[in-house]
Structure formats: C-alpha cells, structure tokens
Design a protein around this ligand. Structure first.
Ligand code: OGA
Ligand code: MN
Length: 214
C-alpha cells in the first residue's frame, strides 16, 4: 500500500520503510525524508542558482537525439555532479548513498551510480507521460524525486501522476502525489509511466536516478 507515514517511526528507519515499499510494490512515498530546514536551504540555494541563470530548458531523449520539445516538457533543469554536491545539498546526497547501499543489500539491484538534476517548473509548466528508462537503455533503475516546496496547498496542483505500466500492480493506480517539501518519491523506473501536471506556483524538485553499470 502507499503510505505516507513520517520518516523514522520507532526503530523502523526511513530507509527500512522505503526498502519495504520497493520490495512490496516498487513504489514508495516518504514524507519528511529531510528536515523542513534542509528543504528551505536547498530551495533557497536552487532559486539563487536559477536567478543567476544556471538552469536550462529541459530536453528529452539522450545523446545525439536530445532535443527541446516544450510540448512534452517545459521545466528548467540544472544537472548536478553527485560527486560534488554543494555544502547545502551534501546531507541529502549522503542519505541517497545510504539508500543506494540499502537497496543493493536488500533487493540486489547492483545500483552503481547516481545522476540527478534540480528542476523548476514555472506556473503552468508540465511534463507529459513518460518512462524514466530510455528505450534501448538499461541504465536508470530507480527514480528518486525529492520535493522542495514548503507549504504547498492542494489548489497549487503540480501533482506527479503515476499510471499503471505493463506489470499488474496492487497500487490504486493512477495515483496523484502532491510535491510537498521534504517528500521523497522513489520507484522502480521501468515500472511506472508518470507525468507532471501543471502547477500554479513555481514547483521545485531534485530528481535523481540510480543507474547500473552499462
Ligand atoms: C522527471 C520527472 C517528476 C516530478 O524529471 O523525469 O518525471 O514529480 N519528474 O518532478
Ligand atoms: Mn520522469
């Protein structure tokens, strides 16, 4: 089942919860994965970088076939170097490294490295239904999306909408997830087609993909 229990209940850590969900359904929502203070600091830093012009219009596809397709996605992204996070981002990247090792220890996925970007969706921006694993590519195995929007309201929209893929699922799909600050959504990349619905506020996130060696 999809549960949104706060992280760190009793002796069951936020990592245990995510591993249990990934094992059970392939999909996990973990609220308060990082503290509200860290959300604020990461959001402030992302906005500062955006104001300085560090973000670019997101592209779709890979390698030589990368192209601007605003009708598919019109967010702005800043690709990150997971080996060199900023001081503000470091605690989150350390948590992701713990998560990677826990997933490998429990699910034997052989996750090897991370790629990631900050994404800013201006009001009205969206990302049409897609899978995170490129056709003909084995690389992206687990998607991790951390939202950086404090005091997000239902009316603000911007839901992540998750659909049933080729595999039957016990989840109540389609599912809509609001991008609340500190919420981490994690899923097996190839299982769930998903889209981002338009919001009426700027919508900030840090999306990461754990990859296997290609
Ligand atoms: C993506 C994506 C979802 C979200 O960047 O591939 O699907 O909720 N993001 O930001
Ligand atoms: Mn995606």
């Amino acid at each position: 089942m999809v549960q949104t229990l706060p992280a760190g209940n009793g002796s069951f850590s936020k990592f245990d919860r995510i591993i249990a969900d990934l094992t059970d359904t392939g999909f996990s929502i973990c609220d308060n994965f990082i503290s509200p203070l860290l959300v604020s600091n990461m959001a402030l830093e992302a906005r500062t970088l955006h104001k300085r012009g560090a973000f670019r219009h997101a592209r779709v596809g890979k390698g030589a076939s990368m192209q601007l397709r605003p009708e598919i996605r019109n967010d702005r992204v800043l690709w990150l170097d997971p080996e060199n996070p900023t001081a503000v981002q470091r605690p989150y990247f350390l948590d992701l490294e713990t998560l990677r090792k826990e997933i490998n220890r429990n699910l034997y996925l052989g996750l090897f490295e991370l790629e990631g970007h900050l994404a800013l969706y201006p009001p009205g921006a969206s990302y049409a239904i897609h899978l995170d694993r490129f056709i003909g590519s084995m690389e992206r195995v687990v998607t991790c999306i951390l939202y950086l929007n404090n005091s997000w309201q239902n009316e603000d929209g911007g839901e992540l909408k998750v659909y049933e893929g080729n595999e039957p699922s016990t989840l109540p799909l389609p599912l809509q997830v609001l991008p609340h600050g500190g919420r981490l959504v994690c899923f097996i990349s190839e299982l769930f087609p998903h889209e981002v619905l338009p919001a009426r506020r700027d919508r900030l996130s840090l999306t990461g993909w754990f990859r296997i060696r290609s």
